[in-house]
Design a binder for this molecule. Sequence first.
Ligand code: FES
Length: 293
Amino acid sequence: MWDYNNKVMDYFLNPRNVGEIADADAEAEVGNMTCGDALRIFLKIDEKTHKILDAKFKTFGCASAIASSSILTEIVIGMTVEEAARVTNRDIVDRLGELPEEKMHCSVMGMEALQAALGEYAKKHGLSLPEVKNDDPDDHEGRIVCKCFGVTDAKIRKVVRLNHLTTVAQVTEYTKAGGACGTCLDQIQQILDEMNNTVHAPAEAEKPQTVDFDALSPVKKALKVQEVIDKEIKPALERDGGSIELIDLDGDVVKVTLRGVCATCPNSKLTLRKLVQGKLHEFLSDRLTVEEA
Ligand code: FES
């Protein structure tokens, strides 16, 4: 039995917005009954304002699939399609409080269904929604990596980037890829290696030298933190249109401000914890914690 929190159990036992919208302006289905999870989402959208007036869902799946789908409908009702296109699986998990790691694919399924429905609506109305482009089947340039679950490299890259995943096991938890015959595991590792090389890990020679961080003076500590931010963190954020600024080093607390798209990104807390704090731990000291100034 999975250890679900009270909110997940509430949305599972009392799901909101279950059903169909007969005259839906957009709908999409993702998943596959034979794989154990499927979700169909229906959206009623005001064609003048492009605001989502109503959302309903039908899900075949476990408690976390039902809870994720239900809370997703509540998240998007009242949003414009542009706003809804920026909703990610992290928003679903954050609104639920948490999901077991093994059930993260349920939140990803919700994001996919929403983006597929919005992609259909955008195409019909000539709207540009860059966030959903990768999930539009006609625009899709990905290749199938996991044949068992029909998961493309584009989907794996997107989920890895949004959730800062680092291991094949995590990719399986978030996408199911690799969770059956396992013949795609090497390819998933290759994708992670490529992404880690280009996004996270610099060439060995470029890594700052390992230092006894705790033995440094406060000024030298601050300089080292700045160096890691400049070399290891900023380039990754700038590739996505964001940036970061070191504001202060107060003992072991690193105070930073996120800039650009990172400043308003719904995943900013995750970026601070996994990317920024993770790099500072990797290169300097496990004692450092990161806070937004
Ligand atoms: S091809 Fe991915 S699990 Fe079988």
